[in-house]
Design a protein around this ligand. Structure first.
Ligand code: ADP
Ligand code: MG
Length: 155
């Protein structure tokens, strides 16, 4: 399954924040989301907006160097991965990502293609556009859970 269900123009950050709030409202663990698009496309900004929408008030930093940041929220855990700097998926062995994931985990992954078998398959893929002068996103369902979530968000 890889079904495009949502396409949104993102003329400014508030537009992305609105989408993140809708996504947060429908989101349920367990869930794995791949965030695609070039550097600067808005992947980390989306995760930050999502955490804000979920009521998280602390600092949300990009995991570009640490690879992983995790956040304890009411009833679930959000793990944010950025695999940009990974050259070989075996570098991720020590993080044992799959062992950190359970029924109460929401995973948000930037540059998931570098994760190989170390990361679970996606429920939702959010693809941010190449262009930053006409920003937009498309969201694809890759599982039934992902499809159910995207159906709660208007296209
Ligand atoms: P990525 O994680 O994809 O590399 P970032 O989320 O770090 O990119 O975003 C890069 C920059 O683009 C940030 O300065 C952010 O404020 C800005 N940005 C992200 N989304 C939007 C948007 N929809 N409209 C305007 N600026 C945006
Ligand atoms: Mg980023």
């Amino acid at each position: 399954m890889n079904q495009e269900l949502i396409n949104r123009k993102l003329p400014d950050e508030p537009a992305l924040e609105r989408f993140a709030a809708e996504f947060a409202a429908g989101m349920q663990a367990p869930l794995t989301v791949y965030l695609e698009g070039p550097l600067g496309a808005g992947k980390t900004t989306f995760v930050r907006a999502l955490l804000r929408a979920l009521g998280y008030q602390g600092r949300v930093k990009s995991p570009t160097y640490g690879l992983l940041e995790s956040y304890q929220l009411a009833g679930f855990q959000l793990i944010h991965l950025d695999l940009y700097r990974v050259e070989d998926a075996a570098e991720l062995d020590y993080l044992a990502i799959r062992d950190q994931v359970d029924e109460t985990t929401v995973l948000m992954i930037e540059w998931a293609a570098k994760g190989g078998q170390e990361i679970p398959p996606p429920d939702v893929i959010i693809r941010f556009s190449e262009s930053i002068v006409a920003r937009e996103l498309s969201a694809f369902a890759a599982s039934e859970a992902g499809q159910a979530l995207l159906f709660t968000i208007s296209s």
